[in-house]
Design a protein around this ligand. Structure first.
Ligand SMILES: Nc1nc2c(ncn2[C@@H]2O[C@H](COP(=O)(O)OP(=O)(O)O)[C@@H](O)[C@H]2O)c(=O)[nH]1
Ligand SMILES: [Mg+2]
Length: 383
């Protein structure tokens, strides 16, 4: 049976030799090959080349100078480069025991699964190899949260955060995946409908070198969850709804404290405008930040729009409340709902509009659209 073992590496020069030796010993019954996808700045590629010369298992090295998508992007490149039906994805720091590879494959083939997750949270598994108690707590918490957010897709998955799994290549639509950060398995599971089984494993201690998991990866993970669960429009609406509730809560609280309703509305608006921008950056347009304007331009555009919208809303609030016998909070709620729609159009068409990747063809497209518009009007007859 053919199997490709995909290993993302970032500065793992002291782990490669031992890893290759153990994979070789564990896969004697298979027609195995190893694909390293390497973004290292140390001698890891050199070590891999030297090992490849001596190894019984064929080895391929993809060294990337531009580490697109980080760890997740590396894994996808490895999967895309492999031709065997089954692939194993595992870390290069020996925290994932190669000895488990045959069990993962046997489980996948025997149970007609698309993916076999090596889980730290099944009986017989363990995550004690995580650096410190804080990381174990964070890992437990994020696992519970992730499973709560994807109750159906993760119903059979106790460890969606693991980086060790076997996958049937043809079951995954690689082009549909948006790699970012560390959690490629979650991306695969959330964007495909797969038959998943699990095998327990003991997550070992890192043998040499340092972990690259950090706060930044943690934030990437949060945005990944947001994008996977909500998509853009519903994410925008969710952020808007949270902002609207916060706005009403702040305004209500201030009014209860005796603040005049217009002053309360202005204070509530200022707080929610800044909060709204931060949440949009983090959860809704995170993938379009890089290709667009710089962050201060976006902030200025976003705040300017929301400021003008709020000013207009406040004037309308005043006009309506003074003229008609309706409660101010009700008017405010209706105005906010209208504002959310306008705000989405403005943010996706202007603030986060990606720059073009191809030149427009004015000579072809502009006259064409004008003339076809003319045609439509001519067919419709004189107005
Ligand atoms: N190609 C590539 N590999 C990475 C990158 N970041 C981490 N890795 C590798 O991914 C695996 C897991 O990373 P690690 O830092 O051990 O994370 P931890 O096990 O969660 O602490 C290791 O094999 C790393 O060398 C990256 O940006 N690019
Ligand atoms: Mg590790």
């Amino acid at each position: 049976m053919d199997v490709t073992i995909v290993i993302p590496t970032f500065n793992e020069d002291h782990n490669v030799a031992e890893l290759v030796r153990r994979i070789g010993a564990a896969t004697t019954g298979y027609n195995a090959q190893i694909v390293f996808v390497d973004d290292s700045t140390d001698d890891t590629p050199g070590v891999i080349r030297r090992e490849a010369a001596a190894s019984a298992v064929p080895m391929q090295l993809i060294h990337r100078d531009d580490a697109v998508g980080g760890l997740s992007g590396a894994v996808l490149e490895g999967l895309a480069a492999s031709t065997s039906e089954w692939c194993i994805v595992m870390d290069g720091d020996l925290q994932h025991p190669p000895e488990l590879i045959p069990a993962l494959l046997a489980s996948g083939v025997g149970q007609y699964a698309d993916i076999v997750v090596a889980s730290r949270h099944l009986d017989g598994g363990s995550s004690l190899g995580l650096d410190n108690p804080l990381r174990r707590i964070v890992s437990c918490g994020t696992t519970a949260l992730t499973r709560a957010i994807f109750p159906v897709k993760l119903r059979n998955v106790t460890d969606p955060m693991t980086g060790f799994f076997a996958v049937r290549r043809s079951a995954v639509d690689i082009d549909s995946l948006r790699p970012r950060g560390f959690k490629i398995l979650l991306e695969i599971l959330a964007r495909n409908s797969l038959t998943v089984v699990e095998e327990p494993f003991v997550f070992g201690k890192r043998v040499a070198g340092d972990s690259k998991a950090d706060l930044r990866q943690g934030l990437r993970f949060v945005t990944q969850l947001g994008a996977l669960r909500f998509g853009r429009l519903s994410g925008f609406a969710a952020v808007g709804a949270v902002g609207a509730l916060a706005n009403l809560a702040i305004m209500g609280t201030l009014q209860a404290l005796g603040v005049w309703y217009l002053v309360a509305a202005i204070v509530a608006a200022t707080i929610t405008i800044v909060g709204n921008f931060l949440l949009l950056e983090l959860l809704v347009f995170q993938d379009l930040r890089a290709g667009g304007r710089n962050v201060w331009t976006r902030f200025a555009q976003s705040v300017a729009f929301n400021g003008i919208e709020t000013a207009a809303r406040t004037v309308l609030l005043w006009v309506i409340v003074e003229a008609l016998p309706v409660p101010s909070l009700l008017v405010q709620a209706a105005l906010i709902a209208t504002g959310i729609v306008l705000r989405f159009l403005y943010h996706s068409r202007i603030v986060y509009r990606p720059s073009r990747t191809t030149a427009p063809h004015p000579s072809v497209s502009a006259p064409l659209s004008v003339s076809s518009l003319d045609d439509v009007q001519r067919q419709a007859g004189p107005a």
